[in-house]
Design a protein around this ligand. Structure first.
Ligand SMILES: Nc1ncnc2c1ncn2[C@@H]1O[C@H](COP(=O)(O)OP(=O)(O)OP(=O)(O)O)[C@@H](O)[C@H]1O
Ligand SMILES: [Mg+2]
Length: 362
């Protein structure tokens, strides 16, 4: 028998003032698993988290924790009885309580020394024990986030819910804290559902992603699955800016300025979008043979090239059959940075090209 999921959502739908915002969402979170709930702003992430926490009444479907219904047409287990820990972005600390008192707040079941002992234990875990007697206002944003995490972890929740817990921190601190948080959650084996709209953060932290689009699941799976095998234009575009060419299937392939690309199963005449990740556009100096990539190299002109941290980002101009010019982006390892206006060789890595029926909405 498979292990009982810590969290299960079954066909959950939700509307505010009769406007539907969640549509038939089902997914599970296994014991010890870290699942990321992703999606653009307004896609329903916070609503789902509030439904799981019990802060929002369930309208349709069923939510189970450890196999027991906590919300369905009949049952509504109140938030404090669900054994769920919460960290919201705005889930600020109580300003009039010390750090230790903030953490002890959720430990109503324990008394005196035991309560204080447990609070200190989790503060130790998040590296904040030295601040036990301090008040929140003397802490930095990152330190406050760590205390908020400690407060949520203190009662050893069956399930931890984090809603964009790192927003408001600068990029470097954010990176550090998400790394620390990942290790704390994995070391303690805490089952976690974390909301983020940042795909890089999700890929860094989570075991599995549930990606929402307009209140429905667009795709779910391990991060590599969504990145390398997206099932729609929406999913492919969510993880990085991506080059897009329109085309028509003819004889199992599609003609592009880079040569023919395979069309898979799509019938002749289908209008398609060909999506090409910037790292699949291999750029090399002219005359080097253009190693890497598939098919013949074509020439392109560098509009401009910028060195980012680990990569160079190259804006290219390439001629099409119709005599138009296509603006294209390439990402290559930072050791290579072509000059502006230089003519270069370009080849595509066909394993990172995705083809979907043309998106009518565009
Ligand atoms: N209390 C509410 N009353 C009415 N509409 C709401 C309420 N809360 C959210 N909504 C609407 O429901 C939709 C989903 O909102 P939700 O907050 O769940 O999105 P989100 O994915 O968390 O977005 P963000 O990334 O911006 O936090 C949005 O269209 C929002 O305007
Ligand atoms: Mg939200």
């Amino acid at each position: 028998m498979s292990e009982t999921a810590v969290l299960a959502l079954e066909n959950v739908s939700h509307a505010y003032d009769r406007v539907g915002v969640i549509d038939e969402v089902s997914f599970t979170v296994a014991p010890g698993e870290l699942v990321g709930l992703l999606g653009p702003s307004g896609s329903g992430k916070t609503t789902l988290l509030r439904l799981v926490a019990g802060l929002e009444g369930l309208q349709e479907g069923r939510i189970l924790i450890n196999g027991q219904p906590v919300a369905d047409g009949v049952v509504h287990v109140p938030p404090e009885k669900r054994g769920v820990g919460l960290v919201f972005q705005e889930g600020a600390l109580f300003p009039h309580l010390t750090v230790a008192e903030n953490v002890a707040f959720g430990l109503a079941g324990l008394k005196g020394a035991e309560r204080r002992g447990r609070a200190l234990e989790v503060l130790e875990q998040v590296g904040m024990a030295a601040y036990a007697g301090s008040y929140p206002h003397v802490l930095s944003g990152g330190q406050q986030q760590r205390v908020a995490l400690a407060r949520a972890l203190a009662p050893a929740p069956r399930l931890l819910l984090l809603d964009e817990p790192f927003t408001g921190l600068d990029a470097k601190l954010r990176g550090e804290i998400r790394d620390e948080t990942l290790h704390i959650l994995k070391d303690s084996g805490t089952t976690t559902l974390i909301v983020t709209h940042d795909p890089e953060e999700a890929m860094y932290m989570v075991d599995r992603i549930v990606l929402l689009s307009d209140g429905s699941i667009a795709q779910s799976g391990v991060p590599e699955e969504l990145y390398c095998h997206p099932i729609s234009t929406f999913v492919a575009e969510f993880f990085s800016s991506i080059n897009r060419i329109s085309g028509v299937v003819k004889g199992n392939s599609i003609e592009t300025p880079f040569g023919l690309v395979a069309a898979g199963e799509m019938p002749d005449g289908t209008e398609v979008d060909v999506l090409i990740r910037p790292e699949a556009v291999r750029v090399t100096p002219l005359g080097t043979g253009g190693e890497g990539g598939d098919g013949d190299a074509v020439e392109a002109r560098v509009i401009t090239a910028r060195r980012l941290r680990r990569a160079s980002y190259i804006h290219l101009c390439i001629g099409t059959f119709e005599g138009e010019h296509l603006h294209f982006h390439s990402r290559v390892p930072a050791r290579y940075l072509p000059r502006d206006d230089e003519t270069v060789n370009v080849r595509l890595d066909h394993s990172q090209i995705f083809i979907f029926p043309a998106d009518e909405a565009r």
